[in-house]
Design a protein around this ligand. Structure first.
Ligand code: C5P
Length: 210
């Protein structure tokens, strides 16, 4: 049978990461959370004392990225890393530097699951199964707020919501590979779903598409 590539796109805290991880487990496929790559680039720029607006500096970090930059999960998934990621993700040179790795990952013989913002549109437009996972900003902010405060980060819900809305605008509004639902992606709105219901709906979408 043809390689099963599953593209899972959508905004921050939509549930796409959890859905992607569970689909990967179900189908025994490798999984790449592509947001981690952009988060690692953002952190790399900040650690070097650079500016997130400096496209050349960010591209340099992206070109020298390796697995050692992807191990500190706690830091990579922090609020600051998400913000830094979305700023460096707007530089076309950064996206170009990360392209080959992602395309190679998607092209593995047995298939793969990738989640991000541009998997169905840019990284794997040939994917037979594409999901665009979303939820209202309020519900997404509440999920992320619970996650961050649950591990000790201090943040007001209103600030979390403002973060989410600003990140949506930045990701959807940029010129390079903006966040957008692919024409052939199936929309999955998880606003009123818990993770079990969302995963079940995602699984049915993949079964219908493969
Ligand atoms: O998915 P996550 O919240 O970890 O992504 C962090 C940021 O990385 C996003 O806000 C987005 O700007 C960027 N990103 C991207 N393209 C992807 C994945 C993430 O531009 N495929």
């Amino acid at each position: 049978s043809a390689a099963l590539i599953i593209a899972v796109d959508g905004p921050a805290a939509s549930g796409k990461g959890t859905i992607a991880a569970r689909l990967a487990k179900l189908y025994s496929l490798p999984h790449l959370d592509t947001g981690l790559l952009y988060r690692a680039v953002g952190i790399g720029v900040l650690d070097a004392g650079g500016s997130l607006d400096d496209a050349e500096a960010a591209e340099g970090v992206a070109r020298s990225l390796d697995a050692s930059h992807l191990v500190d999960t706690e830091r990579l998934t922090s609020r600051g890393a998400g913000e830094a990621a979305s700023r460096v993700a707007g530089h076309p040179g950064v996206r170009a530097a990360l392209l080959a790795f992602q395309k190679t990952f998607a092209g593995q013989p047995g298939g793969a699951v990738l989640d991000g913002r541009d998997i169905g549109t840019v990284i794997a437009p040939e994917a037979p199964a594409k999901l665009y996972v979303t939820a209202t900003p309020e519900v997404r902010a509440m999920r992320r707020w619970k996650q961050l405060t649950g591990r000790g980060e201090t943040i007001a819900f209103e600030d979390m919501l403002a973060d989410i809305v600003k990140r949506d605008e930045r990701d959807a509004g940029r010129g390079a590979a903006p966040m957008v639902q692919a024409a052939d992606a199936v929309l999955l709105d998880t606003t009123d779903m818990d993770i079990e219901a969302a995963f079940d709906a995602a699984r049915r979408i993949v079964e219908a598409a493969r």
